[in-house]
Write a new protein. Structure first.
Length: 325
């Protein structure tokens, strides 16, 4: 730990006074209880034509101090505007922004932690927000929801965890075989229709459809229709109750002719993330989280518009090193 104290304006005025009285550098240092090297450097650095002026010396000190201290990365207007555009206009997440910039510039321009910090600090907020308006925090994927602690216990009912994600076959873990799917939903307005997406971990091939409601029965119907004709070795949905497997997994197995190993029960193809490891499913298509979809009701959106990708756009993906998916 450094215990060095910089010279103050009062000390600089004393230096000028003692020099006017023809005190030596050693005598001035002793009077100010400073090292004589400190006084020598101060006079050499801040004297002009042999004349030392305290106010001028303090001004030069302040300028040098401002330059040498670390600066926030997003104080750069050009970089700040680029990050703001990616986040607000193109709905990229902070991790996608940081990863893509690092790929394009071959250096870490800004970390996703810094972007998150600036978002919560209100750097990208519009001026004069009304009371209670949380600003662009609501633009984040989790909509600014409060995070629960690791000891939180769900009290609204629990889904049956048939198999943990760590038990998935090796072909699913290393993406070496087709047929290992990951499922998710993209909700529109609360209580309305939603999109059901299923992505193959190896090929990143996407299938899915629109469910009339974000309920297990409707989601199950879309999954059955979407997986017809595709190889199916496992399915890893998120922990939403719309993927409840107690009543519907057997129906999916039977309807899609899913090959179940005799050593496992009919629920064996379903694997769920640990409650503290929800980020272990990076194969999900990033653009399925477009903020635009969450602001709309999908009830009147025709399926051809969804199939054509009219509401989707490519985003950089971490599992393919932030190239555009």
């Amino acid at each position: 730990m450094c215990h060095y104290n910089h010279l103050t304006l009062v000390e600089r005025e004393k230096i000028m006074y003692f020099r006017a009285q023809n005190y030596t550098i050693s005598e001035i240092a002793a009077l100010l209880q400073r090292n004589k090297s400190t006084i020598s450097r101060e006079l050499k650095r801040n004297s002009v034509n042999g004349f030392y002026q305290p106010v001028s010396a303090q001004s030069k000190y302040d300028q040098r101090r401002e330059v040498c201290r670390p600066h926030k990365r997003l104080d750069d207007p050009e970089l700040c505007q680029l990050v703001k555009d990616k986040f607000l206009e193109q709905q990229w997440s902070p991790e996608e922004i940081a990863g893509r910039l690092a790929l394009e510039h071959r250096t870490n321009l800004v970390s996703y932690t810094t972007i998150y910090r600036e978002i919560y600090a209100g750097r990208f907020d519009a001026p004069n927000l009304s009371h209670g308006n949380r600003g662009v925090v609501r633009k984040l994927r989790h909509r600014g929801k409060t995070r629960r602690g690791k000891n939180h216990v769900e009290k609204r009912g629990k889904i049956r965890i048939s198999n943990d994600i760590s038990e998935r076959p090796a072909g699913a873990q290393n993406r070496s075989r087709r047929g290992h799917w990951e499922g998710d939903t993209v909700a529109g307005k609360t209580g309305r229709a939603c999109l059901v997406t299923l992505v193959d971990r190896k090929t990143r091939f996407l299938v899915g459809g629109k469910a009339d409601a974000k309920r297990a029965a409707e989601v199950n119907k879309v999954m059955i229709e979407s997986l017809q004709g595709h190889p199916i070795k496992s399915i890893t949905p998120d922990r939403g109750k719309e993927f409840c497997t107690d009543r519907y997994a057997a129906k999916i197995c039977a309807s899609t002719k899913m090959s179940c190993n005799s050593l496992f029960n009919c629920y064996s193809p379903f694997y769920f993330c640990s409650i503290n490891a929800l980020t272990r499913r990076p194969a999900r298509k990033p653009w399925t989280y477009r903020s635009l979809i969450a602001c709309l009701s999908l009830v009147n959106v025709p399926m051809p518009s969804i199939d054509s990708g009219a509401m989707m756009s490519p985003l950089p993906s971490s599992c393919i090193f932030f190239t555009l998916s």
